[in-house]
Write a protein that binds this ligand. Sequence first.
Ligand SMILES: Nc1nc2c(c(=O)[nH]1)N[C@H]1C(S)=C(S)[C@@H](COP(=O)(O)OP(=O)(O)OC[C@H]3O[C@@H](n4cnc5c(=O)[nH]c(N)nc54)[C@H](O)[C@@H]3O)O[C@H]1N2
Ligand SMILES: Nc1nc2c(c(=O)[nH]1)N[C@H]1C(S)=C(S)[C@@H](COP(=O)(O)OP(=O)(O)OC[C@H]3O[C@@H](n4cnc5c(=O)[nH]c(N)nc54)[C@H](O)[C@@H]3O)O[C@H]1N2
Ligand SMILES: [Mo]
Length: 766
Amino acid sequence: MNKKTGPHITSNHWGPSVINVDGEQLSVTPHPDDPNPSRINENIPGALKGQSRIRHPAVRESYLKNGPLANQGERGEEKFVEVSWEMALDLIASELNRVREDHGNQSIFAGSYGWSSAGRFHHAQSQLKRFMNSIGGFVRSEGNYSYNAALILMPYIVGNFRDHVKQATRWNTVKDEGELVIMFGGIPLRNTQVSGGGIAKHTLKDDMKACVDAGVRFVNFSPLKNDAATELKAQWLAPRPGSDTALMMGMAHTLLVENLYDQNFINNYTVGFKQVSDYLLGKSDGVIKDASWAEKQSGIPQEEIVKLSREMASKRTLLCTAVGLQRAEHGEQPLWMTVLLASMLGQIGLPGSGFGIGYGADASIGVVDRPMRWPSFSQGKNAVEDFIPVAMISEMLLSPGTRYEYNGQTRTFPNIKMIWWAGGNPFHHHQDLNRLRKAFQQPQTIIVNEISWTATARHADIVLPVASTIERTDIGAGTQDNSIIPMPQIIPTQFEARTEFEIFTALEKKLGLNTDFSRKMTSEQWLEEMWDSLKTEAKKHERDLPSLQEFLKGDIISFDDPSPKNVFLADFRKDPNQSPLTTPSGKIELFSETIASFQYEDCPGHPTWLPPREWLGADTSHFSLHMISGQPATRLHSQLDEGSYSKSMKIQGREPILMHPDDAQERGIKDGDVVIVFNNRGQCLAGAKITHDICKNTVFLWTGAWYDPNLKNESHQDRHGNPNVLTHDYRTSRLSQGPAAQSALVEIKKHIGELPIIEAFTPPIS
Ligand SMILES: Nc1nc2c(c(=O)[nH]1)N[C@H]1C(S)=C(S)[C@@H](COP(=O)(O)OP(=O)(O)OC[C@H]3O[C@@H](n4cnc5c(=O)[nH]c(N)nc54)[C@H](O)[C@@H]3O)O[C@H]1N2
Ligand SMILES: Nc1nc2c(c(=O)[nH]1)N[C@H]1C(S)=C(S)[C@@H](COP(=O)(O)OP(=O)(O)OC[C@H]3O[C@@H](n4cnc5c(=O)[nH]c(N)nc54)[C@H](O)[C@@H]3O)O[C@H]1N2
Ligand SMILES: [Mo]
């Protein structure tokens, strides 16, 4: 591959861009057709060419010296030795053989959760899983960190959540027919830069602005004012974090006692209203969940709750609940309450109203859909049946053989001897990183494929350098977008990096396997085959696609949006008997017999107020601030943290933490100070950003600063600002066993003295 001078289109999860190559220099400009392009693009050159790039295969020192079974030293602490590809692949081949012979494929964890990169062919997890499946399978993970409570709960009460996200009511129907939008957790525009697999045009901001121009009123219940874009002119109300369930109960109680609810809708489309209304009225537990009770839990004045409930009942109202709210202890409850409230308002299935979960989690939700399934790289069949709910990684590694409950089942943790991760960063995404560090000492071998020296790579034994999107040829297409985006190889593979396909094809040869993985095809042949299937599909939509080569040299190709005026659950509303839901009763389940039969106190059969262990309503004498850790504006998760846009918002190199002026003043902290954020689980440094845009007693430290523990210091202080050293590793509930990062209490003090150097970007090479 020769260096190609000039501009080239490419795609990322945060949208298309134009990469300009000038000798060794890379620069990025937005795609001219994207009305609201993402600045995350600016991270590409600095990060992919930066010092944190993995240059050669590398092996941890004492692993190289002693092998997998002898004294292993401490993962995450030790340096690495660079080795040849030949040697790295030999080590992996013999270790795969040993572990499979001694312990079987059910001792290999290759769940490998993570976002990896855009591109239909070079999808890291698909490549790894197809390879593992070709040698007998692996223990996988189920669900995600994004909305696990929704994935498990919603099928019982309304239906498949992933389908529903695709079917979200479109914003143009809100513009045409809506009057009021109530957002719990807002719709932060910073999060809607991103869409899985990419998105050709970011139109959400304009779509929502059109609603405002048409007279729709927005209300933002959130600890952060800017969870609603300024253009929305939203009323801002800040409930105590973690109290939305109670707040919504106060609203539901008001609708109930003021007889403002739609009895007809309840009768025809739902089951279980009696159990919930008894609960709201306090008949089942003696606690009346009225607006004054809701004020005590949430801090929102009861008059406001009552006024808003009346307004909701009198207008075309859409309820939007951010999935961030369910990434918390009892995360099922705000979801179930959203469904109850919307059922009582009785506007589900009508244009511009009803409810939607996760509008702010992705640029495409309520905006666009794909016209057809895009081609993908088949993962094959996994012969190992065992799996874990994705967030149970630490439990699995620390307590093999232990039993646990999940979604009505009792399961047993496998005994994992080997981990292989490609395309994810658990030392970014998992909670309680000090615990994860301990868990990561347990396996005999850990292999990580990575582009950069992330904390996960540093906690591995064998690290393989991987090519980035602009160093390989691919076809870009967002899972919920109507466009395909060319992804030609733009620069040569950097240093000794290889694509995942090259890695696994080489291993296939080395292990002398039959060719189930590669089918004896080159990556070019695979891409041609995928393109051919896309061409055939496109023909069915009366579209003629050019050759793959033409496409790669050309521009984005867009198809018609299949459902521009979609209304969520419209068919069900038209005829609940003809188009029943997929729930056990075919109706909306406000009480679920099935969930009740599991007898989980942490997730009973109807929406229930179960305060989290850590929130401002609990004992705050030691740690008096509620920390929210949402998504970063300047990156996708931890990706490309070395890039210029990501660095531009850091304060003295540390990630910013938002604090209310009163909280800062009480602690003698000024804007721009470096602070220590701490609790019993850990501590990190962060840069104070003082603002009235966050409510009192709450701080916001977004995720994704590369974990940089100072292991010489007893506290293992993270020097960079990673909130997951502070978050707890409790689960949402036994039902969904999801991550519950948002319910964490912390304390903050000013950092005094010399600032430690950040080492996160310095390669750990001896
Ligand atoms: N406290 C807290 N924690 C959270 C959240 C929160 O709200 N609060 N949010 C959670 C959510 S919703 C999510 S989805 C997770 C996200 O967690 P992850 O998806 O694990 O985060 P990423 O940083 O995207 O990790 C992707 C990694 O893959 C690498 N990569 C990219 N392309 C390739 C490739 O082609 N091959 C290989 N081998 N590697 C590649 C990148 O360099 C990067 O290190 O985080 C979760 N963690
Ligand atoms: N730029 C960028 N965008 C992203 C991502 C990224 O890494 N970077 N990640 C993507 C991914 S994988 C996902 S899953 C989505 C996640 O999308 P979300 O889950 O919607 O995002 P969060 O930022 O976790 O949460 C949204 C907001 O909820 C508010 N919130 C938190 N707790 C509470 C509460 O108890 N009550 C109320 N009312 N509000 C609360 C916070 O202020 C936060 O800003 O974002 C996607 N978008
Ligand atoms: Mo996510």
